[in-house]
Design a protein around this ligand. Structure first.
Ligand SMILES: Nc1ncnc2c1ncn2[C@@H]1O[C@H](COP(=O)(O)OP(=O)(O)OP(=O)(O)O)[C@@H](O)[C@H]1O
Ligand SMILES: [Mg+2]
Length: 272
């Protein structure tokens, strides 16, 4: 007989990402209360995934907050509409608040500065406005808050996680990832995060291809396969299936690899 105490301990409540095929790879979805880092190069699908996640929250009655730093609120609403997701109605019916950190206006839901404390206060204020209950938060992007002080990334990520976990949030936080900036942006958030969804891209046969890989998801028996994705007009993010990874898909261009090696070497030489 199974121990009922143990089975209730091991059970995890999961939130659907809004993309059924991705939920399957995640053994049902993102565990409630998690902070998940969504990383990847520009244009790979991070924002699109966040839009699906919030759309699903609106659908099931979660309190939803979307903080946007690189695009204005209208841009997010328009992008969602292209996938037949109606954020305008969600905002009007108090199911969703989009905090605009790009266009600082007199609007109460805009951020004057990219300050972590101001961000957390605004998110808590938004949660109070939306009311009690399970909540979803998107921070797109989170790395924007320490652009000029990358050394603070880890401390800030930890602070955000610690404060917001008390407010019943499940969080997707995007962070740009490029070979040249990975050290500055990547390692702040990725150890603090409970999960990492990594987007990638490659050009094969002259065509841009995009991929997603679940690099980490605590408490989850998740897929270890790289999956090719597509972003489809009128639909959004679609999973095409697992790929057999080829060396040329992930290997760094020789010049970039040499540059990184050189930078590492010179840093080591500085150590007495
Ligand atoms: N209506 C659409 N139909 C098809 N593809 C689209 C549509 N809208 C956007 N896309 C694709 O999605 C890409 C943008 O993806 P997304 O905004 O999620 O990138 P991102 O990873 O958030 O990038 P960044 O780091 O620059 O914010 C576009 O470059 C385009 O290829
Ligand atoms: Mg984006």
């Amino acid at each position: 007989m199974t121990n009922p105490g143990l089975s209730s301990l091991s059970r995890v409540e999961r939130l659907s990402t809004g993309i059924e095929a991705l939920d399957i790879l995640l053994a049902g979805g993102v565990p409630r209360g998690f902070l998940v880092a969504v990383t990847g190069e520009p244009g790979t699908g991070k924002t699109v995934l966040c839009i699906h996640f919030i759309a699903q929250g609106v659908k099931v009655g979660d309190k939803c907050i979307y903080v946007t730093t690189e695009e204005a609120r209208e841009s997010i609403v328009r992008q969602a509409a292209q996938f037949t997701i109606d954020f305008k109605t969600a905002i009007e019916s108090d199911k969703l608040i989009i905090v605009d950190a790009l266009m600082s206006t007199d609007d109460p839901w805009s951020l004057k500065t990219l300050d972590v404390e101001e961000l957390v206060n605004k998110v808590v204020e938004a949660k109070r406005k939306l009311g009690y209950g399970r909540a979803r938060l998107v921070l797109d992007s989170m790395s924007a808050f320490w652009l000029d002080k990358p050394a603070m990334a880890r401390r800030y990520s930890y602070y955000i996680k610690k404060v917001l976990s008390k407010w019943d949030f499940t969080i997707l936080a995007t962070s740009q990832y490029a070979v040249t900036t990975s050290e500055s942006f990547g390692w702040g958030i990725e150890h603090v995060a409970d999960g990492i969804l990594r987007f990638r891209r490659s050009v094969r046969g002259g065509v841009l291809r995009r991929y997603i890989l679940i690099e980490k998801m605590r408490h989850t028996s998740h897929s270890l396969n790289l999956h090719e994705i597509s972003i489809v007009d009128g639909k959004g993010l679609v999973l095409l299936g697992p790929v057999v990874e080829r060396k040329e898909d992930t290997v760094l261009p020789r010049k970039v690899a040499e540059k990184i090696l050189k930078a590492k070497k010179s840093r080591e030489e500085e150590i007495p």
